[in-house]
Design a protein around this ligand. Structure first.
Ligand SMILES: [Cu+2]
Length: 172
């Protein structure tokens, strides 16, 4: 994909969780590990073979103005089971594709987001997805997202099981 990530929106999202100094440093560093534009969308969707045994709390998507093409989503996932749940993709009818991402601070202290192949909800534990940490990124948004509306998100595990989540759009 050669379409550049819109810089302003990336900064707006970063501003939620990252000190201004870090943003300036990030903006001045083309090598910063923001990897949205290098993500390759999955070419096929996994067949659904059942519902993931996770509970979901606080599923939300950050509102974006008209013209914005991406935003982040978060929630807390709990896994009451005895085996880890490895999420390998997600999708939403509101987005062209959804990325699994993590946020890292490099040796120079720069903060950036990187795409990851999986996010794991540990057995008997939880995974918090939120801006500034592990999160989902809705890319190629198909429409503006207004505070209060609901956006469906489908989480897909490595074994093909899925979980459909209704996320509420909220202000940053
Ligand atoms: Cu991201």
């Amino acid at each position: 994909m050669s379409r550049p990530t819109p810089l302003l929106l990336s900064l707006a999202l970063a501003a939620v969780v990252i000190p201004a100094a870090a943003i300036r440093s990030q903006a001045g560093q083309p090598s910063s590990p923001v990897a949205h534009s290098t993500h390759v969308a999955p070419t096929s969707s996994s067949p659904s073979t059942g519902r993931l045994p996770l509970t979901v709390q606080g599923a939300s998507v950050i509102a974006v103005p008209p013209g914005a093409t991406e935003t982040s989503a978060g929630m807390t996932l709990r896994n009451p089971g005895k085996t880890p749940v490895v999420l390998t993709s997600a999708r939403s009818s509101a987005a062209g594709h959804v990325m699994l991402m993590t946020t890292r601070r490099d040796a120079q202290g720069r903060v950036g987001m990187s795409a990851v192949k999986s996010l794991t909800v540990p057995a008997g534990g939880q995974l918090a997805l939120k801006p500034g940490g592990d999160h989902l990124m809705l890319m190629d948004l198909k429409r503006p997202l207004k505070p209060g509306e609901r956006v469906p998100l489908v989480l897909v595990a490595r074994d093909g099981r899925t979980l459909t989540v209704s996320a509420t759009v909220r202000l940053p």
